[in-house]
Design a protein around this ligand. Structure first.
Ligand SMILES: Cc1ncc(COP(=O)(O)O)c(C=O)c1O
Length: 484
């Protein structure tokens, strides 16, 4: 009989499967008791994985134990209720199971001939999203590995649709709050730094329309050609939304492409409050969304939605002799970067069907209200200043007693983020707003409670005062980090 290389007896598969699921359930049950961050850093754990490639195999139990003790506890838990840094990844259990099924069946969703139903489900999910987001009946899209890939596909599509062979005069406009993945995409697409016009933002961190208009007029006068405006629908820094309607108008006047990066903020459209904040987002020519953020999917699921689905084909459809049998099908491989693709639509489809979209709406609404809760607590604390008001689940603030210099305030705020992680396992991040170091909380996890917020802010306040008295009586110790 032919030796079976990877086949396992049914009983063993079942045992392994149950061990994996039990591991996950135990993890979820105890997640709140674990630190969200403050785990060992990369240099401290190198020795744990200093091993040669094994020629012979081991029992699965032994490997799983190693994973449970050395791998999983040495990563931050981005789905932890006290993880507030960057953009958390709260995820949901149904999608985790759906991902397992998608991997188990190893569905190939690049070409329709190989994955007819998978393609159908992806089209359906994209249809749900484009309809829900009022993008019109010709809209379409493709699921991607995340927001970065989605921005790349959106901007590549813009280039393909609007620019001819000579692209040297084209100018791309965006605000100074734009996510770096857009710059990376433009670089990959061959645009030079000189073709990128990074414009200032106003006091609300929104792209300044007057600067944009003036720059466009100037550029045209010197023979350049406005090509694309990248607008933010929820900046990563503060949640700011650029003036989308005005940007649309300028795009129409100048025949420019409007690419909207709504990677993290776009999901808020599902609530009436979010829809108001994101007014005009649906008018984008291409729109980046990122379901692994605020649509509660596990990594990695992003997506690009376009007003005219044919445009993706213009940019990405190719043919090859070895893919002859795939021609004439509606292939997702013809709409983006990947040929071999995971069945990313399954987790979205299963979780929306199981929980209902209304549960997502409520979770998003609840998590937006958490940021207001943070603001209310801060308003009661002397010496704390809210730097940017709650916007799409993000708030920035700082400890800023008048009695000390801005430099010292910066030092304290920067130290607070590290300290609360090291001592309490609570993770938040810092950023720079108007030249000042601030703390930033992104509260999009529906498992975060008001108590989580109270504990976090009470601890920050306690430690801030401690640092304040240490630094003012002893001066800033030379070994401390200083804000840049
Ligand atoms: C506004 C924005 N755009 C793009 C990205 C990149 O998305 P991803 O990390 O999924 O590639 C992010 C990530 O936080 C983001 O906040």
């Amino acid at each position: 009989m032919q030796e079976s290389f990877f086949q396992l007896p049914e009983e063993e598969m079942r045992r392994i499967g149950y061990q994996v699921i039990d591991t996950l359930i135990q993890h979820y049950r105890t997640l709140g008791e674990k630190p969200a961050g403050g785990h060992k850093n990369a240099s401290e754990i190198t020795s744990l994985f200093d091993e040669a490639i094994p020629e012979k195999g081991k029992a699965f139990e032994e490997i799983l134990t190693k994973a449970k003790t050395d791998i999983f506890p040495n990563n931050m838990y981005l789905n932890h209720p006290r993880f507030f840094a960057w953009v958390p990844g709260p995820s949901n259990f149904i999608s985790v199971m759906a991902d397992t099924l998608a991997s188990g069946y190893n569905v190939f969703s690049g070409i329709e001939r190989a994955g007819a139903a998978a393609n159908q489900i992806e089209r359906l999910v994209i249809h749900w999203l484009t309809q829900e987001m009022d993008m019109g009946s010709s809209a379409g899209g493709v699921l991607t590995s995340g927001g970065s890939a989605a921005n790349l596909i959106g901007l590549a599509t813009a280039r393909e649709v609007l620019l001819g062979e000579d692209r040297s005069k084209a100018v791309i406009y965006c605000s100074d709050q734009t996510h770096k993945s857009n710059f990376k995409a433009l670089k990959i697409l061959g645009f030079t730094q000189e073709q990128l016009s990074i414009l200032p933002t106003d006091e609300l961190h929104q792209l300044s329309i007057s600067h944009l208009q003036a720059q466009v007029v100037f550029d045209k006068r010197v023979g350049k050609s406005p090509f694309c405006i990248i607008a933010n629908a929820g900046t990563t820094n503060t949640g700011a939304v650029d003036p989308l309607l005005e940007i649309r108008k300028i795009c129409d006047q100048e025949q420019c492409w409007m690419h909207v990066d709504a990677a993290y903020g776009g999901a808020a459209w599902l609530t009436s409050e979010g829809r108001q904040a994101l007014h005009g987002m649906n008018l984008a020519d291409s729109l980046t969304i990122d379901p692994h953020k605020w649509l509660y999917q596990p990594y990695d699921i992003g997506g690009i939605l376009v007003k005219n689905s044919e445009h993706l084909l213009n940019a990405f459809q190719t043919s090859a002799s070895y893919l002859k049998e795939t021609e004439g099908y509606r292939n997702f491989a013809d709409k983006g970067l990947q040929l071999s693709r995971r069945f990313r639509a399954l987790p979205l489809w299963m979780s929306i069907k199981h929980y209902g979209l209304d549960t997502f709406r409520q979770a998003i609404q609840y998590t937006m209200s958490l940021t207001n809760q943070v603001a209310s607590i801060l308003e009661e604390l002397p010496y704390w200043e809210i730097m940017t008001a709650p916007q799409l689940g993000i708030i920035t603030f700082r400890f800023a007693p008048d009695s000390i210099s801005t430099e010292l305030q910066n030092t304290i705020n920067l130290r607070l983020a590290d300290h609360i992680m090291d001592e309490q396992g609570i993770v938040l991040s810092s950023t720079i707003i108007r030249g000042r170091t601030v703390l930033r909380m992104c509260t999009i996890n529906p498992n975060t409670s008001c108590e989580d917020l109270e504990v976090t802010l009470a601890y920050l306040d306690f430690v801030a005062h401690k640092f304040h008295s240490e630094l003012t009586s002893e001066g800033v110790p030379s070994s401390q980090k200083t804000a840049s």
